[in-house]
Design a protein around this ligand. Structure first.
Ligand code: NAP
Length: 375
């Protein structure tokens, strides 16, 4: 495996694939697909920029009107002083968490109810334990009660179901999340179906997805990662209505619900998957691209229509000998190339990732408000 140059899409080796959502995590080992061929210089990396260098990355965020580079436009919704070409998921997530904190405290003062999120973790996977710890910390940071049960890997499915049933009946619990993957002797679908739909803050219940797909129906919860993608577009002032959108990936937890959400917002949506024969050609037509594939730097600059807006969901660890950890995270989109063509791009890390957990907190708050008829 070749090692990855610090700021290049070329010569990247993928170490492993981490697949995570509010509720899921799995690790697979794959080799890198054909790497990026060209290498472009990134004049100022968004994660290393100060206010001065931020200015050189400032673009209007509308996908409809491709704009010349280096134009400063005031931002519509973010409270930061400059509008940037980089869609800063960390800043947006912080803003949302602040809003949630205020709402949680208003609810507590008004009716004495504190939203509660229960997480069930089975087994000793380190990555799952980390996700659960992060969710717990996030809950604490906004004032949401966090409950947790950690069962050994050899627990029976009945034991897990017993805990779900307890949380289903517990009025202090407004959201239940089963950390995936479960040990292989358990039937994941069976376990997930046991979560009461009113507490299914992950939004994976087929009834929720069905409602998402139907006109005039409202899901109780929207799955966290795709919801975060749409929220990023809204808060960055990107208009979706009438736009041509391409979603790359059709998984139940990201790609498929992301496509449904874009359609609900009146975009014209095309979904690309592993059997699509001309993904580059199709993607090049898009005003908005959401990529959730799990292939490092698959989407190259040549795939992108000038002025398009890109939401990169992919989180792909690739070998990097310059990093103390020996690897770094990259998205599905070749960031250095995308930033030169697109009007706005999410970085990896710091784009969609922080939004997923913010949306989980938001869904828990929504659930508590709904259960207590609190406006
Ligand atoms: P997944 O279940 O493995 O689905 C991947 C999708 O990509 C599938 O629909 C697959 O097509 C498609 N695909 C695979 N290779 C392709 C190719 N060469 N060309 C076109 N399509 C291709 O993955 P996922 O759970 O959706 O996650 C996708 C990525 O998002 C991963 O990197 C994951 O770590 C990341 N993720 C991030 C967050 C976050 O919070 N930021 C949350 C969840 C996931 P088929 O259906 O034909 O197989």
């Amino acid at each position: 495996m070749a090692s990855a140059a610090a700021s290049s899409c070329s010569s990247i080796s993928m170490m492993f694939l981490t697949h995570s959502s509010a509720a899921t995590s799995s690790t697979a080992h794959r080799l890198l697909p054909p790497g990026c061929l060209r290498r472009r210089r990134l004049h100022c990396h968004p994660l290393q920029m100060g206010p001065a260098s931020l200015r050189c990355l400032t673009f209007p965020s509308s996908a409809a009107a491709p704009s010349p580079p280096h134009v400063v436009v005031p931002h519509a919704s973010l409270s930061t002083e400059v509008n940037t070409k980089v869609i800063d998921g960390k800043a947006v997530a912080k803003q949302i968490r602040d809003e949630i904190t205020a709402e949680v405290s208003r609810m507590k003062e008004a009716i004495g109810v504190i939203p509660g999120l229960a997480v069930i973790l089975v087994g000793d996977r380190k990555d799952s334990a980390t996700y659960v710890r992060n969710k717990k910390k996030a809950c604490e940071s906004v004032g949401i009660n966090s409950l947790e049960v950690h069962l050994p890997a050899d627990s029976t499915e009945e034991e897990v179901l017993k805990h779900i049933s307890g949380y289903n009946d517990d009025p202090s619990v407004h959201g239940i999340l089963v950390q995936l993957p479960l040990p292989s002797h358990m039937n994941e679908q069976h376990v997930l179906n046991a979560v009461r739909i009113e507490k299914d803050v992950d939004g994976f219940n087929p009834l929720n997805i069905g409602r998402l797909a139907m006109r005039g129906r409202e899901p109780l919860f929207v799955p966290c990662t795709p919801k975060g993608c749409i929220e990023l577009l809204h808060r960055h002032g990107v208009s979706i209505k009438g736009k041509r959108a391409v979603v790359i990936g059709r998984s139940n937890i990201v790609g498929m619900p992301a496509a449904l959400l874009l359609q609900r917002e009146d975009a014209t949506v095309t979904v690309i998957h592993s059997r699509t024969s001309n993904p580059e050609e199709i993607t090049r037509l898009a005003d908005i691209i959401i990529s959730a594939v799990g292939q490092p730097n698959m989407v190259r600059g040549s795939w992108i229509k000038p002025g398009a807006v890109i939401i990169d969901v992919g989180i792909n660890p690739v070998e990097d000998t310059n990093s103390p950890r020996g690897y770094r995270l990259v998205g599905d989109v070749c960031y250095e190339e995308a930033i030169e063509v697109a009007s706005a791009v999410t970085p990896v890390p710091g784009g969609v990732g922080p939004m997923t957990i913010a949306m989980l907190l938001q869904n828990t708050l929504i659930s508590a408000k709904r259960m207590h008829n609190f406006e």
